[in-house]
Design a protein around this ligand. Structure first.
Ligand SMILES: [Zn+2]
Length: 72
C-alpha cells in the first residue's frame, strides 16, 4: 500500500510506502483523507502507477516526488 501526500501549500505530491515513518495520513481541517481539501490531502493506492495516474489526471499544481526515505 502507498500513500500520496498532496500538499498544495508546498506544491509537492510526495509518495510514501505505508510503512514509512514520514507517512502520517491524518484527517485535518485543511487536509483530507482520500479527499482534497484546501491544503490537499492523503490518498491511498495499491501501486505507484495508480498514484501517478491520479496525480496527472487531477492536474494538481505540484511536483511529483517519491519519498527519499522509503523509496516507493
Ligand atoms: Zn516515505
Amino acid at each position: 500500500m502507498f500513500w500520496l501526500n498532496v500538499d498544495l501549500s508546498l506544491g509537492l505530491c510526495k509518495l510514501h510506502k505505508e510503512t514509512c515513518r514520514h507517512c502520517k495520513p491524518i484527517e485535518r481541517s485543511a487536509k483530507g483523507l482520500n479527499e482534497n481539501k484546501r491544503n490537499g490531502g492523503w490518498f491511498n493506492f495499491d501501486s505507484v502507477l495508480e498514484a501517478k495516474a491520479f496525480t496527472e489526471c487531477n492536474n494538481f499544481k505540484c511536483i511529483w516526488q517519491p519519498c527519499k526515505v522509503c523509496k516507493p
